[in-house]
Design a protein around this ligand. Structure first.
Ligand SMILES: Nc1ncnc2c1ncn2[C@@H]1O[C@H](COP(=O)(O)OP(=O)(O)O)[C@@H](O)[C@H]1O
Ligand SMILES: [Mg+2]
Length: 362
C-alpha cells in the first residue's frame, strides 16, 4: 500500500497526533479515557505501514497510555485503572483485528492475481493454434529470404545488393517473431505488473497481433475504429490486454455461429467529456438474448458447453481496480457490444505508429 505523495509526512503526523493525545490524556482527570483515541493512530498505521511497524506503533501507543496513567495526578485511581485497561485492550484488539483484516485482504488480492494469471494463460491456450500460425509466418519468410540471399551470393556474378535486401527482410521478420514472443511472455508472466501511462490505442494494436490469425481462421471481418488523440490512461498494460483479449475472443466465439459472410467484430475507442476513455468491442453474433444479463459478469457464469465463465468476471475486476467500469449492451442492429471505461489523464499521447480507422479486413 502506498500513500501518494505523503509517505514522508505520515510518521510525522502520527507522532504529532500521538503527542496531542498523550498531552490531553495526561492533563485531564483519570476518569476521562482519552487514550482510546490511540485506536485512530493504529487504524491509520495499518493502512499505510507494514505489519512489523504497526506492531511497533501499537506498542508505543500502549506504552504512552501507561505513562499517562502514571503521570496523571487528578481523579480517582480505580476509575483510572479501569479506563487504562479499557484503552490498552481497545488498542491491542484493534491492532490485532486490523492486521488480520489486512492479511485477509492481501491474501484475497493474491488469489485474485493468481486467478487472473490462470485465466490469461487459458485464453492464450485457446489461441495456441493461431499464435503458432502467427509465429510461423515470419519464420517461413526467414527461410525463403535466407535461401534467396544464398542464391544471390552464389550467382555468377554474385549480386550483393539483392542479398543485402534479403538479409534486411530476414532481420525484419526475426524482429517480428521476437516481438510476438515478448508479448506472449509478458502475458504469461506471473506476479503484479506495473501501472504506466499509455495510449489505449497502442494497447489494442499490441493485443491484435495475438488475435489476428484467430480472426482470419474464423473468417471474421474485423473493423478497427480508433479515436484520434486519446488522452493517456494509467494502467497495467498486461491486464488491459487481458480484458481486450477476453472481449475479442468472446466476440469471435459469438459470431462463429453465424454464416461466414456476416461475421463482423468491431473494436472502437472514444473519449467522453467526463474524462474517460471508452473501449467497445461489438459483434454481429446472436446477442445477449440467450444469457441472463445480470449474471454475465458473475464468476463461472457461462452458456458455452466448454466455457469457463471467468473471462468477464476477471475483466470486471481488472477494469474496476483501474477505477473504470465495464458494461454490456446490444450492438446497433444485432449482436452484443461490451464496453469498458478507464479514467483518463490530461495530455494526449501521440503515437504515430498506430493505424487509425484501419479499413475492414478479413
Ligand atoms: N459477445 C458476446 N455475445 C453474446 N454473449 C456473450 C458475449 N460475450 C459473453 N457472452 C455471454 O457471457 C458469458 C460469460 O462470458 P465469459 O465470462 O467470457 O465466459 P465464457 O466465455 O467462458 O463463457 C458467455 O458464456 C456468454 O453467454
Ligand atoms: Mg470468454
Amino acid at each position: 500500500m502506498t500513500l501518494p505523495g505523503g509517505r514522508s509526512l505520515l510518521p510525522a503526523s502520527l507522532v504529532v497526533l500521538a503527542a496531542a493525545i498523550f498531552f490531553v490524556d495526561t492533563v485531564t482527570n483519570l476518569e476521562i479515557a482519552v487514550a482510546v483515541f490511540y485506536v485512530a493512530i493504529v487504524l491509520v498505521a495499518v493502512r499505510y505501514l507494514d505489519q512489523r511497524r504497526v506492531v511497533v506503533v501499537a506498542s508505543a501507543c500502549m506504552a504512552l497510555t501507561l505513562l499517562s496513567f502514571i503521570l496523571t495526578r487528578a481523579g480517582s485511581f480505580p476509575a483510572g485503572m479501569v479506563n487504562c485497561a479499557i484503552s490498552l485492550a481497545a488498542i491491542g484488539v484493534t491492532a490485532y483485528l486490523a492486521l488480520r483484516t489486512a492479511a485477509a485482504e492481501a491474501a484475497a488480492r493474491q488469489a485474485q492475481a493468481q486467478l487472473a494469471h490462470i485465466t490469461r494463460v487459458t485464453v492464450l491456450g485457446e489461441l495456441t493454434a493461431s499464435i503458432a500460425h502467427e509465429l510461423n509466418q515470419p519464420l517461413a519468410a526467414i527461410v525463403i529470404n535466407g535461401n534467396a540471399a544464398l542464391r544471390w551470393l552464389g550467382a555468377k556474378p554474385a549480386n550483393p545488393d539483392e542479398a543485402a535486401q534479403a538479409a534486411e527482410r530476414i532481420v525484419r521478420d526475426a524482429n517480428r517473431a521476437t516481438d510476438l514472443i515478448k508479448r506472449l511472455r509478458a502475458l504469461t508472466k506471473r506476479g503484479p505488473g506495473k501501472a504506466v501511462w499509455l495510449d489505449v490505442n497502442q494497447i489494442i494494436a499490441d493485443t491484435l497481433t495475438l488475435v489476428r490469425s484467430e480472426v482470419a481462421r474464423n473468417h471474421v471481418s474485423l473493423a478497427i475504429d480508433l479515436a484520434d488523440e486519446l488522452p493517456p490512461v494509467q494502467v497495467d498494460p498486461v491486464q488491459i490486454q487481458q480484458v481486450i483479449l477476453n472481449l475479442v475472443v468472446n466476440a469471435i466465439e459469438a459470431v462463429s455461429a453465424q454464416p461466414a459472410p456476416s461475421r463482423a467484430v468491431e473494436i472502437s475507442t472514444s473519449v467522453v467529456p467526463a474524462g474517460q476513455v471508452i473501449v467497445t468491442v461489438s459483434d454481429s453474433g446472436g446477442g445477449l438474448g440467450g444469457a441472463e444479463q445480470d449474471r454475465l459478469f458473475d464468476a463461472f457464469y457461462t452458456t458455452k458447453p466448454d466455457g469457463m465463465g471467468m473471462g468477464l468476471a476477471i475483466s470486471r475486476s481488472i477494469v474496476e481496480s483501474h477505477g473504470g467500469r465495464i458494461w454490456a449492451g446490444a450492438a446497433g442492429g444485432r449482436g452484443a457490444a461490451f464496453s469498458f471505461s478507464l479514467p483518463a489523464g490530461k495530455a494526449a499521447i501521440h503515437e504515430p505508429g498506430i493505424a487509425r480507422k484501419a479499413p475492414v479486413r478479413k
